[in-house]
Design a protein around this ligand. Structure first.
Ligand SMILES: [Zn+2]
Length: 290
């Protein structure tokens, strides 16, 4: 998709919306998430309710779990790893909020873990964070500081680089969120945690290539994220919002309308359950649980 400009993506997305059965299109099925296929990268946006948990299975077998959901989603995270037969993985905690890290102590306790990435931020010293930190320590591991420029090893053929946090200090905790771009062939994914406008601005100013096929929408569709300049730079074909029942008004109509106005096909875990994206390096096909 990298040769298609912004206008092209809008046009193509509009075509896809009005077309079924397109080879490059969108499939919906009630089938459970499929096992990884050789030569394909599978990204599973796990339905954890109000929070984030995303599993990346690279074509060569490397696995990265980005975030571990809220308390209500812990069982979903653990059963996804079990069902998929994961034995070994790395973990990226985008930031310390409980809706992103609750299952991670359990994951670290249960599985062989290579690296655990976490941004350096003023610690919230919550019980949840303490449990996570203790699990990492008990395993003889240390947190690898997550910041712009750090690479994550997802094996041959896949590039995974952190694009944020760009700065060392922010006023809003959400802006410490680690943002990861994963590229496989012509396809790419941008995972933004809860990064807000200020961090988006810093990524734009840093000059990195933000263009991605799939954007995990920042902060559950809050108005504080997915600013127009950022969205234009990413110009995704697909957006995924990880969100559940909440009192914050997530996802906001502002963001839903913004995505719609750019013709971006949007998936929501609160309405469609777990969303699975499979890339063969040329195309991404998304399917949903519901
Ligand atoms: Zn969050």
């Amino acid at each position: 998709m990298k040769k298609i400009g912004w206008a092209g993506v809008v046009l193509l997305s509009a075509l896809l919306l009005s077309t079924t059965g397109c080879a490059n299109g969108v499939n919906s099925s009630s089938e459970p998430a499929v096992a990884p296929v050789a030569g394909k990268m599978t990204v599973t946006f796990i339905d954890v309710g109000q929070g984030d948990a995303t599993l990346i299975q690279a074509p060569g077998g490397k696995v990265l779990l980005i975030d571990g959901g809220p308390k209500d989603g812990e069982a979903a995270v653990l059963s996804t790893l079990k069902t998929k037969g994961i034995k070994h993985l790395s973990v990226l905690a985008t930031h310390e909020d409980a809706d992103h890290i609750t299952a991670l102590d359990n994951v670290v306790n249960t599985y062989a873990v290579d690296e655990v990435y976490l941004p350096k931020m003023p610690t919230k010293a919550t019980v949840t964070m303490e449990r996570f930190a203790n699990a990492v320590k008990a395993k003889g591991l240390k947190f690898t500081p997550a910041k712009a420029g750090v690479s994550v090893d997802l094996g041959v053929g896949v590039t995974a680089v952190l694009l944020a946090p760009v700065k060392d200090t922010y006023d809003q905790d959400n802006n410490y969120s680690a943002v990861l771009k994963v590229s496989y062939g012509d396809t790419s994914f941008l995972f933004t945690g809860d990064a807000e406008g200020e961090s988006e601005q810093d990524m734009l100013a840093s000059g990195v290539n933000l263009k991605s096929s799939v954007l995990k929408i920042g902060h559950h569709g809050s108005r504080s994220s997915t600013t127009t300049p950022f969205l234009k730079a990413v110009s995704p074909m697909y957006a995924v919002i990880e969100v559940g029942q909440n009192n914050y008004g997530h996802p906001t109509s502002t963001i839903l309308n913004r995505l719609k106005s750019y013709g971006i096909k949007t998936y929501r875990t609160d309405q469609q359950g777990t969303v699975t994206a499979v890339s063969d390096g040329q195309h991404v096909i998304l399917s949903t649980e519901k």
